[in-house]
Design a protein around this ligand. Structure first.
Ligand code: MSP
Length: 507
């Protein structure tokens, strides 16, 4: 089956930070997991380069929007690589192929009677690229998100008849109660729709950095309309000489944070209905990473620096921390202390030490060969159903739920090794069979959790599976007992070395 997953495309008005990394890593976990399942996966991320957010930032820096976009798009690309994201393509909305699709679609919207000429009057936040109703404003005239003073704007432009989609959208929500997850976000979007939909501007007259309206060269396509269609346009040109649209559209899941819920859960399906394009199957909305109870953002200066963390502790440690610390779907705080704590107690002790211990016992008690034996029934029970549980969670985009389930088994393995005391059996030749079963069981358990952890901590999992002499990381291999004994184990260095006095700094 095909599985098409996307992240938001990030604005190039600033540099990438931990919030962007968070979404990209979560989507990468899903993409890797689905590949383990043998699905036909396409994973898209990229940059959103048009509109006021970028044009104004460029002006402030005294460079052209294109220069700013070129510079920062490279940074976002580099970050995706740095966090080991396995995206199949990186889209930039300044790509000419994307322009062509957007032009064609807005033309189609107009031909279909969804577009009319009108005058917009009201507040607009250039940083959100969003129109604000009076009731949303803070202190009468400030953007509720950026807290900057907004001005009342009046502008003639082209409107999209969103109001005509009130009923179709209500029907979509009624027929597909899980199309937006988690359910609190579904309710939020639905109540926004039920509150009454107002038409919105499909174009802007005041800026020129964007996709020209084909029938009106004085206007450019509203940046959100331009941006949303990236999910669709990318498939047409991601592979040279090949159009992947039929193979991957509709998208399986768009992963976003709650800041852009309205655009994805209301505007996007309406635009697609108007353009007569099939709707994505699901939008999953995660929460905010907070620091000191505030949304982490560069402008607030409270960002845990992902590059520093990766330089000092490695990419896997960061990936693990993000998905373990905060329940995916909810807001949650991250901190240097929290990071160190998880790194030391969970990664280094619970997983790293377990691995070292098991491998070194096999090396010293069994000359480096995983013994042939029947796996212990108690371990088999403990690990039964884990693969299904992980699949169930990840089908519903519960990325940290799946990780919790796996980690509970890492802990169970630790208990198993502790309680079965193989070091005692090793001293008694009569207990050789028992020792074989314990060592085989521990190796097999370690292998199973490592296959399942592969999407989260790919570098480490590969090292461990290689050291266990069992490199198959397909999901079928994640069944306890699937491999059995006989493998020759290899060297395993320190997986998560102690880091002395190197606080994961904030930037
Ligand atoms: N360009 C638009 C998205 C267009 S999608 C068609 C945009 N860009 S953004 O650069 O502001 O990125 C917003 C996204 O970055 C969020 O939806 C989320 O995925 C991620 N995050 C940014 N800061 C974050 C946190 N503090 N916490 C969690 N996610 C964060 O909006």
């Amino acid at each position: 089956m095909s599985y098409y997953i996307t992240t938001p495309i990030y604005y190039v008005n600033g540099e990438p930070h931990l919030g962007h990394v968070y979404t990209t890593v979560a989507a990468d976990v899903l993409a890797r997991h689905m590949r383990q399942r043998g699905e036909d996966v396409f994973f898209l991320t990229g940059t959103d380069e048009h509109g006021e957010p970028v044009a104004q930032a460029a002006e402030r820096e005294g460079v052209t929007p294109r220069d700013l976009a070129d510079r920062n798009a490279e940074r976002f690309k580099a970050v995706a690589t740095r966090v080991n994201a396995t995206n199949d393509f990186f889209i930039r909305t300044s790509d000419p192929e994307h322009h062509a699709v957007v032009s064609e679609i807005v033309t189609r919207l107009k031909a279909g009677g969804h577009v009319y000429e009108g005058t917009y009057e009201g507040f607009y936040c250039p940083r959100c690229a969003d129109f604000k109703t009076d009731s949303e404003l803070v202190d009468g005239s400030k953007c509720p998100i950026h807290l900057i003073e907004l001005e009342r704007e009046k502008e003639d432009n082209w409107f999209f008849r969103l109001s005509a989609f009130q009923e179709p959208l209500e029907r979509l929500y009624a027929d597909h109660p899980e199309w937006v997850l988690p359910s609190n976000r579904y309710n939020e979007a639905l109540s926004f729709i039920k509150g009454g939909l107002r038409d919105f501007s499909l174009s802007r007259a005041r800026i020129s950095w964007g996709v020209q309206i084909p029938w009106d060269p004085d206007q450019v396509v509203y940046v959100w309309v331009d941006a949303l269609f990236n999910y669709y346009s990318a498939l047409a040109y991601a592979r040279q000489g090949e159009d992947l649209t039929d193979r991957f559209w509709p998208a399986t899941v768009h992963v976003i944070a709650k800041d852009i819920l309205k655009f994805h859960a209301v505007f996007w399906p309406a635009l697609l209905m108007a353009a007569e394009i099939e709707l994505p199957k699901r939008v999953f909305i995660h929460g905010y990473l907070l620091m000191d109870d505030h949304k982490m953002s560069k402008s607030l200066g409270n960002v845990l620096d992902p590059f520093h963390v990766m330089d000092v502790y490695g990419t896997d440690a960061l990936r693990y921390y993000l998905l373990r610390e905060v329940a995916f779907g909810q807001d949650g705080s991250v901190s240097p202390e929290g990071f160190e704590n998880r790194y030391n107690t969970e990664l280094a002790n619970e997983y790293g030490n377990l691995a070292r211990r098991v491998l070194s016992m096999i090396a010293s008690y069994r000359d480096g060969l995983v013994p042939e034996a029947d796996p212990p029934a108690e371990l088999a029970r403990e690990l039964a159903g884990l693969v299904e549980e992980v699949q169930r969670c990840l089908d519903r985009v519960e990325v940290s739920g799946a990780l919790d389930a796996i980690w509970n088994r890492v802990r169970a393995l630790n208990r198993f090794v502790q309680e079965s005391e193989p070091w005692k059996a090793a001293k008694d030749p009569e207990r050789a069979g028992e020792l074989d079963a314990v060592l085989l069981g521990a190796a097999e358990g370690l292998r199973v959790v490592s296959v399942l952890l592969y999407p989260y901590i790919p570098e480490t999992a590969v090292k461990l599976l290689t050291a266990l002499g069992r490199e198959d990381r397909s999901l079928d291999a994640a069944r306890f007992g699937a491999a059995g004994g006989g493998a020759r184990i290899g060297e395993l260095g320190q997986l998560f070395p102690k880091v002395e006095a190197a606080e994961p700094s904030t930037a």
